[in-house]
Design a protein around this ligand. Structure first.
Ligand code: SF4
Length: 79
């Protein structure tokens, strides 16, 4: 099922070890994702406000390295 953002939640976002530093997430949401050491992206700070650009960033990842949970309920939001 395609992910439908609510635009009202705060999310806790994580970049996993499979990141290959493609840079897509940083292009879509540069305020959220930074370019870290060892060719891995990282999340600049959590929680993060859910926005269309953030969802584009999630969906752009070619190796499905990005995950997110609802900051309040801890429910899995993405993938
Ligand atoms: S889109 Fe995925 S692989 Fe590319 S930099 Fe972001 S987390 Fe890493």
């Amino acid at each position: 099922m395609r992910y439908v953002p609510t635009m009202s939640r705060q999310l806790e976002v994580e970049v996993g070890p499979t990141c290959i530093s493609s840079g897509y997430c940083r292009n879509f949401a540069p305020e959220v994702f930074g370019n870290g050491p060892e060719r891995k992206s990282f999340v600049k700070s959590n929680p993060v406000t859910e926005t269309p650009a953030l969802i584009e960033a999630f969906e752009s990842c070619p190796v499905e390295a990005i995950s997110a949970v609802d900051a309040e309920t801890k429910e899995e939001v993405f993938p």
